[in-house]
Design a protein around this ligand. Structure first.
Ligand code: SAM
Length: 283
């Protein structure tokens, strides 16, 4: 992570980088990014994604409510980090661009904010590049990277070029860690990333949970992702809290997404939304 140069042009023009020509969209395989886009009411999805997403939505109204609550948490968390002085963000598992993207939320507070978006889904890259191609997005870039390879993430050229290693970073892991199963050791992944960031950096994290479902309902939810390109591993409050080990957890702690510093009137479903959400600061 060295300088702040505008790398958008390099990245758009490309220099023999095969990542710029996605050939592996696999529209026949349901993909979490496109299913999530469908839950949020987006149009960037294929029939296989819609079919799989409809089966998940049929589990009950809380599925869509949880997706929307997660997205709203993203906006409030990014705003909070920006208000704490964070001017550079590493957003991993960024998803297909939709309303209230990280660079938009952060720049409402600090116009000079820099954002690196990373995702392992080629369709996310296609849409993000189109969005970021505007002239005013010089220091928001997107690249393909896999959260299961934290060292690869830290070595990603876009991360090294755009983020200043001497300044605090806002690390966003929103609704992505539940796609990392135990055998890939998600705790070690988060530790590796946090260890690489300077003191004062902040982690915003959200994670699907089965805490409010019966075991049978939770198993059904996970089973519906079995044929998707990434499997769903829901975790309990205690398990999600462990991701914040070594960090100072901001008030109000790890709560369901709508209860994290809400800016809307309370809803009857708030306490049962199936997403744990929190923000921590590296001392
Ligand atoms: C549910 S969406 C969340 C989008 C956004 N972070 C939000 O909270 O609104 C999950 C995203 O994580 C991405 N993802 C899943 N597994 C990943 C991995 N191993 N590495 C990088 N991204 C991953 C998916 O492609 C998808 O875009």
């Amino acid at each position: 992570m060295t300088d702040h140069q505008d790398i958008t042009q390099d990245w758009l023009s490309g220099e023999g980088d095969e990542r710029r020509t996605p050939t592996d969209l696999h529209p026949e395989i349901p993909h979490p990014a496109r299913m999530y886009d469908y839950y949020l009411g987006g149009k960037d999805n294929f029939p296989a994604d819609r079919e799989a997403a409809e089966k998940v939505l049929a589990l009950g109204p809380l599925v869509r409510i949880s997706a929307l609550a997660n997205r709203a948490f993203l906006g409030r968390a990014v705003r909070h980090l920006a208000e704490q002085g964070i001017k550079q963000f590493l957003d991993i598992g960024t998803g297909i661009p939709t309303a209230g993207n990280t660079h938009e939320a952060a720049r409402a507070i600090e116009p000079d904010t820099r954002v690196v978006y990373l995702d392992n889904d080629p369709i996310v890259l296609v849409h993000s590049r189109a969005l970021l191609a505007g002239a005013s997005h010089g220091s928001a870039v997107v690249a393909r990277a896999d959260l299961r390879d934290p060292q690869g993430i830290l070595d990603t050229p876009e991360v090294r070029k755009l983020l200043d290693s001497g300044q605090p970073v806002g690390l966003l892991l929103l609704a992505v860690l539940h796609f990392i199963d135990e055998q890939d050791d998600p705790y070690a992944i988060v530790r590796r990333l946090v260890d690489a960031l300077p003191p004062g950096s902040m982690l915003a994290l959200s994670h699907a949970t089965g805490d409010f479902a019966t075991p049978a309902e939770a198993a059904k939810g996970s089973a519906l992702y079995r044929n998707a390109s990434a499997q769903l591993t829901m975790r309990s409050h205690e398990q999600v809290l462990r991701f914040f080990d070594g960090l100072e957890l901001a008030e109000p702690g790890l709560v369901t997404a709508p209860l994290w510093r809400p800016d809307q009137p309370a809803q009857p479903t708030d306490e049962r939304v199936a997403i744990w959400a929190g923000v921590g600061r590296k001392p």
